[in-house]
Design a protein around this ligand. Structure first.
Ligand code: SAH
Length: 452
């Protein structure tokens, strides 16, 4: 009987949430975590294929694991997530014959079935489920993470049905489906009971939450319900597609104290022709209006975004339009990725990947430099200001705590007492492009949830 497990995760927040759920279930079956992959009885790799770079990294780790499997054939080697897609095809199985189990994203059932004690036959298990319907319910956090986990991600919308030209996710995570609100709220309640203080609701297009449920459910309503859960102090959600950010949603963020003034809305490009080629469904003008609308209703909001440089056909002039737009909008954080053709996508099938790799890299660095400069300037306004931070962890090496502001800015500050999971007011003394550094004003009592 396997006794230890090791999970390796790469990719998006949804993967982190899937890994957390799987760890909880493995521990409820009696397994304990180990940091040493080479010694684990169950090895799980939760994979990402959003860009070639992620895939290359997976292949390197998988190569090491192949050697572990050769040495210890009894170990259960599992590959989960977007590399597998909705179903492991024969090609995948032939490519990695040493992998024991392939799991689709968000669906660990096959591994759990394999690990479950089989002394009960199917009928007995069915009967057990009837008398104890929760027999299969694992804790929301793995016991090994309880007491030190302050924030957690909770899937709200699985999959995606909006095939943007570059994006592989719909092909790997399947069609968009919203989880029933009661399941989400129950998971949040359990997380709160286990000490989690902040939850982030997830979806590829989280602002479409509920549209497929057909009963009027939406993200604004879900946020309002989640805010009633005691023990949860902060709520976030991501990723929002620009097209579905309604005034009703923004008003909910403004009105509900626990919902943080923070949005992630990927722009991808600042040129209408490129946006149309990407099939994004909005124009530069609409995105600009969106940012204005957010700032009007939530003057203090943090707005993060994603950019792809070197999309097929992107000219220097089009790229410069992106730079100019971002100079104007002064967003709070950018994730900038060089375009990577992905199998099955429209762009990979129809559009030649005609911007050379070194040119993509040049554009990425240029935009990063610009953005670093904007953030350095913008963050000076924090110096001398006091912000409220939810303390998430400790940087042992430099003997300081870290946490985030409502706008998701990363803050470091020294303190001797244990502040993990506390809301703490920090006066900012130094501000860089990606971090703020300050000193604790005084620890706040736990019940205070007001925004900084
Ligand atoms: N659902 C989000 C995107 C999630 S993927 C949306 O609607 O925009 C996260 C980010 O990865 C994307 O915003 C994009 O910037 C990047 N990305 C996705 N596919 C990519 C590709 N083929 N090449 C480069 N970057 C990509």
């Amino acid at each position: 009987m396997p006794r230890t497990y090791h999970l390796w995760t790469i990719g998006c927040q949804m993967n982190a949430a899937d890994t957390r759920g799987l760890a909880a279930q493995l521990e409820s079956l009696g397994l304990t975590p180990t940091d040493r992959a080479e010694a684990a009885d169950v090895l799980v790799m939760n994979t990402c294929v959003i860009r070639q770079q992620a895939e290359d990294k997976i292949l390197r780790v998988l190569d090491n694991w192949r050697a572990f499997k050769q040495r210890r054939p009894e170990l259960i080697l599992t590959v989960m997530g977007c590399l597998v897609g909705r179903q492991a095809g024969p090609a995948l199985r032939a490519q990695w014959p040493f992998v024991d189990v392939f799991l689709p994203p968000s669906d660990p059932a096959a591994l759990l079935e394999l690990l479950r004690p089989h002394d009960l036959d199917a009928a007995a298990r069915q009967a057990l489920r009837r008398v104890a319907p929760d027999a299969d319910a694992a804790p929301a956090l793995p016991p090994s993470a309880q007491g030190r986990t302050v924030t957690a991600q909770v899937p709200a919308v699985l999959g995606c049905s909006h095939a943007y030209a570059f994006c592989v996710i719909p092909y790997r995570r399947g069609p968009e489906r919203s989880r029933p609100p009661q399941d989400i709220l129950e998971e949040i309640r359990r997380l709160a009971d286990q000490g989690v203080r902040e939850v982030t609701l997830l979806g590829q297009i989280v602002d479409r939450y509920g549209l497929d449920l057909g009963d009027g459910a939406d993200l604004a309503g879900l946020l309002a319900d989640a805010a009633h859960i005691a023990g949860i102090w902060r709520i976030r959600f991501l990723t929002s597609h620009p097209q579905w950010v309604t005034d009703r949603l923004l008003d909910a963020v403004a009105r509900i104290e626990k919902v943080q003034p923070y949005l992630e809305v990927p722009l991808q490009s600042g040129h209408d022709g490129v946006l149309a080629a990407m099939r994004r469904g909005y124009t530069v003008r609409q995105f600009r209006e969106l940012v204005a609308r957010i700032r009007q209703r939530l003057p203090d909001a943090g707005i993060n975004s994603d950019i792809i440089v070197g999309f097929p056909g992107e000219t220097e002039a089009q790229f410069m339009d992106t730079c100019r737009l971002l100079e104007e909008l002064r967003l709070d954080f950018l994730h900038i990725a060089p375009y990577s053709p992905r199998p099955e996508t429209y762009a990979a099938r129809r559009l030649p990947d005609d911007v050379p790799a070194d040119e993509k890299e040049r554009r990425r660095l240029l935009l990063e430099d610009q953005h670093r400069r904007i953030l350095t300037e913008k963050h000076q306004a924090y110096v001398g200001r006091t912000v409220r931070v939810l303390v998430e962890g400790r940087d042992e090496k430099r003997d300081r705590w870290w946490g985030r502001t409502p706008q998701y800015k990363l803050v470091y500050f020294p303190a001797t007492e244990d502040l993990l999971g506390q809301l703490t007011d920090v006066e900012i003394e130094w501000a860089g492009p990606f971090t703020l550094v300050g000193a604790a004003v005084k620890p706040q009592p736990k019940h205070l949830t007001a925004k900084a």
